[in-house]
Design a protein around this ligand. Structure first.
Ligand code: ZN
Length: 67
C-alpha cells in the first residue's frame, strides 16, 4: 500500500494594503528617478544637462563651493 500524497498547506501571507501602498510608492519613486536621470542625460530631451545645471545652481545657492 502506498502512502497518500500529502498536500502541504503553505501559508501565503495576505498582501496588506499598507504593503501594497509601500510597494507602489517604491516603484513610483524608482520610475521617477529613472525618468529624471534619462531626462538629464538627454535620452528623453534634447536639452540635456538641465537637471545637472539646476542642481549645480542649487548647490551654489546653498553656499556649497564646487569650483
Ligand atoms: Zn559650481
Amino acid at each position: 500500500m502506498t502512502a497518500p500524497v500529502s498536500t502541504s498547506s503553505v501559508a501565503v501571507p495576505a498582501l496588506s494594503p499598507r504593503l501594497l501602498a509601500f510597494a507602489l510608492l517604491t516603484v513610483g519613486l524608482a520610475l521617477m528617478l529613472a525618468y529624471l536621470v534619462a531626462f538629464d542625460q538627454g535620452a528623453l530631451s534634447r536639452s540635456g544637462m538641465y537637471l545637472h545645471e539646476l542642481m549645480h545652481d542649487g548647490r551654489h545657492l546653498l553656499g556649497v563651493p564646487c569650483h
